[in-house]
Design a binder for this molecule. Structure first.
Ligand code: ADP
Ligand code: MG
Length: 419
């Protein structure tokens, strides 16, 4: 809840500053910390140091009574503009006992004057030589938390634990940005809605959240009595996006555990209600953050978006490999911007070459879910916050998204029926 509480208390999210946008003067001023008090007024600069963080952690003891700085469990501590992030890395077998320690550490750090946000992640690691209780599901550089799941399924404490009320969570992913992942995620969610399903959309692309723009939502979610975020309802979908709290064009400085903490909160601290399918618009790419996400979100499957260009297909292959690595079934590949369809006469031109994704899907033995043309109305309706499945429900594009939705639904039928 830390992220929500801070963001809401200030009426804005922590102000992330992207490395690409950072001027020399901004960099220089990062050494100083300007904080906001609870009423949102600036108060004078207070620099927070790593040493202060370590000092505050001395009052928190490990389950065996060792002060945290001496327990050999802390990652590097990141302190930027009053925002403190680090992880506590523990043996998976002791993870339960550590949860309250993590909460105490967060409270201790938050009490340091000048700290505006404290986000502390608990990551569980199998000690070398300890018995393996589940199939190895981790790749190099990723915390193998899921390797410790008991055979009968994840415990409620696990990062893989299901979200109560949500029958199936699926990822919409792409090997790189700009291929139409968000546009497809939203229209696919709407296509699933048209099939009579209760659908949610989680914009987990914290590097470039575009769902607020695509849906025209510019309100901030409220908290319910249990301090959970209430997703915004639009077009019959329950929608949550980090973009409701931060500016779309603000590049995030969050990395590693921070990414996972923010997304965990969006997943688990949101009152999703009862959903048949929750569609997650993933951050593009196949780096560590994406892999960790794919591993820690209880996904029933993934849909990979690609364009016909070769480069994009190479990226798509990486996406496939990533989900395979973490044992998430690939529900199929969608070829977006598959062919150009003239908005005037409807003539089709295969300007990028065509059929690459279908061929690739066949070669890799995963379903091919469909081709979406590059069409002006898909772009303009997206930009207007009025997606094509809503604005042209009887048109050919809506029919394509519904057909892709039907294929996805059929593959998830077991999970949806069981819920
Ligand atoms: N099938 C399509 N036809 C026309 N424009 C599209 C199509 N799919 C996506 N776009 C446009 O391409 C741009 C990138 O799409 P977006 O969904 O934001 O990509 P990503 O999430 O992969 O970065 C947006 O301007 C969007 O409107
Ligand atoms: Mg996007």
């Amino acid at each position: 809840m830390a992220f929500w509480n801070e963001a809401l208390a200030f009426g804005l999210a922590p102000k992330p500053i992207g490395p690409r946008q950072e001027s020399a003067s901004i960099q220089a001023s990062r050494a100083r910390v300007l904080t906001l008090n609870r009423k949102g007024f600036r108060r004078c600069a207070v620099s927070v140091t790593q040493q202060q963080v370590l000092d505050s952690l001395r009052q928190v003891a490990s389950p065996r009574g060792v002060p945290l700085p001496h327990a050999n469990v802390l990652s590097a501590i990141s302190v930027t503009d009053g925002k403190v992030f680090f992880s506590i890395n523990v043996d998976a077998a002791e993870a339960r006992a550590w949860e309250s320690v993590r909460a105490q550490a967060e409270a201790a750090v938050r009490a340091i004057p000048g700290v505006t946000t404290a986000m502390i992640a608990l990551t569980a690691e199998r000690k070398p030589g300890s018995p393996q209780t589940a199939p190895q599901r981790h790749a190099q550089g990723v915390q193998p938390a899921s390797a410790h799941r008991p055979p009968q399924g994840p415990s409620p404490m696990s990062k893989q634990a299901e979200i109560p009320g949500v029958a199936a969570i699926i990822a919409v992913a792409s090997g790189k940005g700009g291929v139409g992942k968000s546009t497809t995620a939203l229209n696919l969610a709407l296509g699933l809605r048209d099939l009579g399903l209760r659908v949610g959309l989680l914009d987990a692309d914290i590097y470039g959240p575009s769902v607020p723009r695509l849906t025209g939502i510019n309100e901030k979610p409220q908290l319910d009595d249990n301090r959970k975020m209430i997703p915004i309802k639009r077009f019959g979908l329950s929608i949550m996006s980090i973009g409701f709290l931060v500016e779309e064009n603000t590049a995030m400085i969050w990395r590693g555990p921070m990414v996972m903490s923010a997304i965990t909160q969006m997943l688990r601290d949101v009152a999703w209600g009862t959903l048949d399918i929750l569609v997650v618009d993933m951050p593009p790419g196949t780096g560590d953050a994406q892999l960790t996400l794919a591993q820690n979100v209880p996904l029933k499957g993934a849909v990979i978006i690609s364009t016909p260009q070769d480069l994009s297909l190479i990226d798509a292959r990486r996406g496939l490999a990533m989900f395979k690595k973490v044992n998430v079934p690939v529900l199929g590949i969608v070829e977006n911007m598959s062919y150009f369809q003239c908005p005037e006469c409807g003539t089709r031109s295969d300007i990028f070459g065509h059929g690459g994704a279908r061929h690739e899907a066949e070669r890799l033995g995963v379903p091919f879910l469909g081709e979406i043309p590059l069409h002006m109305s898909i772009r303009t309706t997206s930009d207007e916050g009025n997606p094509v499945v809503v604005s042209e429900p009887d048109g050919p594009h809506a029919a394509i998204y519904r057909a892709i939705g039907a294929s996805v639904r059929d593959q998830l039928q077991g999970a949806i029926a069981a819920a």
